[in-house]
Design a protein around this ligand. Structure first.
Ligand SMILES: C[S@@+](CC[C@H](N)C(=O)[O-])C[C@H]1O[C@@H](n2cnc3c(N)ncnc32)[C@H](O)[C@@H]1O
Length: 255
């Protein structure tokens, strides 16, 4: 099976791929991106894990920003994308591993990523209700750097992801990032693919629910990180013909 979490996978893929858009046509993103970027365009925008996406060019053409820096750790795609760029665009491509970003603090108005953070969750899908410390640290390292690079007054981090809010939100909800969190959902016409746009705004307070989430007191979002306290798990099945369908799981915490 292909391992999208490996740099070698992307290097090989970009040898033959010139253009591909994860999550499909960017058109569906515009109603949401307009809310944040149309009336107050960014001066400088950083696009993490750009791959062979045209998102930067599209955002530039929609006047969302004056200057865009695309970064990716897979070198071979950078020259390819640069060679098809229209000369008048203030867009450029650089090699950068987002796990170590030696970038200026409080410099970017907007940082955006589409499907790039998702790659770090590959191989951890089975344990998202109870993520490992290793995964939490890996994501925290990236988010800490993103937060540091954002302008402290209303710098924005926009993250476009397949991951549902109950899994992603606990990673994002930390006071130390100094941002608020908004979540928008997008689905294609026939509802078969749903994905999410997470918008973090620096300098704004997290809402009460996210604060409770960080303290482990949220009733809405939670990581099940106290496995040992789960004493009783009741499962309800319904028999339909010869198959048993799982109807419900009831977890009672006896502590
Ligand atoms: C799922 S693709 C998304 C590409 C593009 N953003 C899009 O929406 O079409 C993930 C991208 O993240 C890049 N990537 C993965 N890990 C990275 C890392 N540590 N540093 C920089 N780029 C990374 C890959 O090379 C790939 O281009």
């Amino acid at each position: 099976m292909d391992d999208l979490s490996k740099q070698s996978y992307w290097n090989k893929r970009f040898l033959i791929e010139d253009s591909y858009e994860w999550f499909g046509d960017c058109l569906r993103l515009y109603p949401i991106l307009d809310l944040y970027l149309k009336s107050s365009p960014s001066f400088i925008l950083l696009h993490l894990g750009c791959g062979s996406s045209s998102l930067a060019e599209e955002m530039y053409n929609r006047h969302y920003c004056h200057l865009i820096l695309n970064v990716d750790y897979s070198f071979c795609i950078l020259d390819k994308r640069r060679s098809i760029k229209k000369n008048e665009c203030l867009i450029d491509w650089f090699a950068l591993d987002i796990r170590a970003m030696p970038l200026r603090s409080e410099y970017f108005d907007t940082i955006i990523e589409k499907g790039t953070l998702d790659v770090f969750f590959i191989g951890h899908e089975h344990c998202l209700w109870n993520p490992s410390e290793e995964l939490k640290e890996k994501i925290d390292l990236i988010l800490t750097q993103i937060s540091q690079c954002l302008r402290s007054d209303s710098g924005r981090f926009i993250s476009i992801s397949f991951q549902q809010p109950h899994f992603r939100r606990p990673f994002l909800a930390k006071q130390k990032y100094q941002w608020s969190i908004q979540v928008h959902s997008i689905s294609d016409g026939n509802e078969s693919m749903e994905y999410f746009v997470y918008v973090m705004t620096k300098g704004e307070q997290m809402n009460e629910e996210d604060r409770l989430l960080e303290e482990g007191k949220s009733t809405k979002w939670t990581w099940i990180n106290k496995q040992e306290s789960l004493r009783q798990i009741t499962t309800y099945y319904v028999d339909e013909q010869d198959d048993q369908y799982l109807l419900n799981i009831n977890i009672e915490d006896n502590e």
